[in-house]
Ligand binder design. Structure first.
Ligand code: GTP
Ligand code: MG
Length: 179
């Protein structure tokens, strides 16, 4: 009965969420978008500009912007992030060499005053690859404890295998707004 009520509630619900997903090139943003929208990682090529897709999860209609991570696209991240309800910042946990650049770009992004208070989910991706950074190493390596302008959370995932994708979906659902 509870399940039926939940299904009806989801069917009639009109909650919406606009999400901006950024991170360095090759970290797995488009693969994550494919998992969220199709339940499959699919083959990806480096994103030219951006992808945008609408995904319905748990009664929430999510519009997800996946912005290219190559150097030439990074100055645009803030423009797309403005006005979004939630941000996702992906990091490749199997590539420790890029952690410093991720940290710099994340803090640059959040220096933007218009992004103040937008909740941000840091995704430690590629945990299927060994070795990979653990959550504590990610938090320290990205200096997350210094972020006071935005509420943040961390999810350790594999966009390729789908491992822990439900954590991402659950976090997004909690950020949705009734329209
Ligand atoms: N092993 C592993 N590989 C992954 C994972 N997620 C993505 N990849 C691979 O990483 C490569 C880059 O993935 P993309 O999703 O295209 O990366 P992106 O962040 O969208 O890159 P840009 O569009 O250039 O910004 C592809 O070969 C993916 O198959 C993961 O969780 N584990
Ligand atoms: Mg991409």
């Amino acid at each position: 009965m509870g399940n039926l009520f939940e299904k009806l509630k989801n069917f009639f619900s009109t909650q919406k969420l606009e999400v901006c997903m950024v991170g360095l090139e090759n970290v797995g943003k488009t693969t994550m978008l494919n998992q969220l929208s199709m339940g499959d990682p699919s083959f990806t090529v480096p994103t030219v500009g951006l992808n945008v897709r609408t995904v319905k999860k748990g009664g929430v209609t999510m519009k997800i912007w996946d912005i290219g991570g190559q150097v030439q696209y990074r100055p645009e991240w803030g423009n797309y992030a403005q006005g979004c309800d939630a941000l996702i910042f992906l990091v490749d946990t199997s590539n420790q060499a890029t952690l410093g650049t991720s940290k710099k770009e994340l803090h640059n992004l959040l220096d933007n005053k218009s992004l103040r208070n937008i909740p941000i989910l840091i995704i430690g991706n590629k945990i299927d690859v060994n070795p990979h950074l653990n959550e504590k190493q990610l938090i320290e390596g990205l200096n997350l404890d210094y972020i006071t302008s935005n509420g943040w959370a961390v999810a350790m995932c594999s966009a390729l295998t789908g491992n822990n994708i439900t954590q991402v979906v659950d976090w997004l659902i909690t950020k949705s707004k009734k329209q």
